[in-house]
Design a protein around this ligand. Structure first.
Ligand code: HEC
Ligand code: HEC
Length: 307
């Protein structure tokens, strides 16, 4: 390429040959390409030939390359076939996982590592999709949306009770929804401001927070008449009515005096959608087991409904 050519001139300034082209006294230098650049260039030509032989590369008329519209290469590679295969595999795995889950008791799930792994994976995926917006990604809950990791249950924490909650929802549109409604004592003027303040002090005293003794006494009298039918005489709540335990220092709607007063004033009304018509039975089973296994699941016999 750049063999010395007597007819060519060498540029005195740079010591490089010129191409012989000249415009208005400006001469074109014939600078050789850098070696490293040339090697990469040749290597990529070689690579492209190898690639074309083994991988799909050339568009082809229909029929010439089977069903596709391009050559398949010696490796007969097809991204589309790979994706289809992966999807088939996934569907198969899910189908067999859900089939094994059908009718399994929570004990069987817990003692079978394969089922357990399936429930954790499938449950986590659906939970992230459907439940995390309200209960949080880690099921830790928010004000008004219960934490599902702890062993405190409003409606019940056995596998069957959790599954039932998922099927029918809470104050949902399902005809058999779990339902109850605490009166809005302040808004509907069932109790005066000072009565609500007194009964709030009594509620605080139930979970061991000290409050003015006079107020607690007056509050207790109100509680016995207005509240005990749902939250029970001892304040420990009633699962059959979804009335939370008021003695456990765990608050769905917040445990400061102001928050408790606000809750009693407005009457809380937490709504959880029903999932029966939106998720199939097998998915609800997997979700119920997943929630159960988050840490707070209870034996069906641990505590009778209504405590
Ligand atoms: C639109 C918000 C919302 C979504 C979505 C939602 N939940 Fe809930 N969930 C709630 C609320 C609010 C409550 C509490 C109802 C109450 O106050 O009694 C609740 C209660 C529950 C309970 C009962 C807890 C107890 O202590 O008894 C379980 C179990 C539960 N949710 C699981 C789920 C699962 C699993 C999903 C996903 C399929 C889900 N939730 C999706 C709002 C939601
Ligand atoms: C008809 C039954 C019923 C009556 C009567 C009732 N409650 Fe409730 N209470 C409930 C239910 C149900 C909830 C939970 C509502 C929800 O989850 O949205 C609740 C929730 C609460 C909470 C919130 C607990 C938390 O964890 O944040 C407090 C506080 C409370 N009630 C106090 C009272 C007091 C005080 C009275 C009497 C003045 C009273 N309730 C009367 C059913 C009742």
């Amino acid at each position: 390429m750049s063999e010395h050519d007597e007819t060519r001139e060498t540029d005195a300034h740079s010591g490089t040959e010129t191409t012989g082209h000249e415009w208005d006294g400006i001469k074109e230098l014939d600078t050789p390409l850098p070696r490293w650049w040339l090697y990469i260039f040749y290597a990529s030509i070689v690579w492209s030939v190898i690639y074309m032989v083994f991988m799909p590369a050339w568009p082809a008329l229909p029929g010439l390359a089977g069903e596709t519209d391009h050559t398949r290469g010696l490796r007969n590679h097809s991204e589309r076939a790979n994706v289809a295969e992966a999807l088939d595999e996934l569907a198969e795995m899910r189908a067999s996982g859900f089939a094994a889950l059908e009718g399994a008791s929570i004990d069987e799930i817990e003692s079978n590592p394969e089922l357990l792994g399936f429930v954790r994976a499938a449950g986590e995926a659906v939970f992230g999709d459907r439940c995390a917006t309200c209960h949080g990604v880690g099921a830790q809950g928010f004000v008004g949306y219960p934490n599902l990791n702890d062993d405190i249950w409003i409606w019940g924490g056995s596998y069957d009770e959790i599954r039932h909650t998922l099927q029918v929802g809470i104050r949902s549109e399902h005809p058999d929804t779990r339902f109850s409604q605490m009166p809005a004592f302040g808004r509907d003027e069932l109790l005066s401001r000072s009565e609500i303040a007194d009964v709030s002090d009594y509620v605080l005293s139930l979970s061991g927070v000290s409050a003015d003794a006079g107020a607690v006494g007056r509050g207790q009298a109100i509680y016995d008449v207005q509240c005990a039918s749902c939250h029970m005489d001892d304040g420990r709540g009633d699962r059959a009515q979804g009335a939370p335990n008021l003695t456990d220092q765990n608050w769905l709607y917040g445990g400061s005096r102001e928050q408790i007063i606000a809750t009693i004033h407005r009457g809380p009304y937490g709504v959880m959608p029903a999932w029966e018509d939106r998720l199939d039975d097998a998915t609800i089973d997997a979700l119920a087991a997943y929630v159960f296994l988050l840490g707070g699941g209870e034996d069906a016999t641990a505590r009778p409904t209504g405590q």
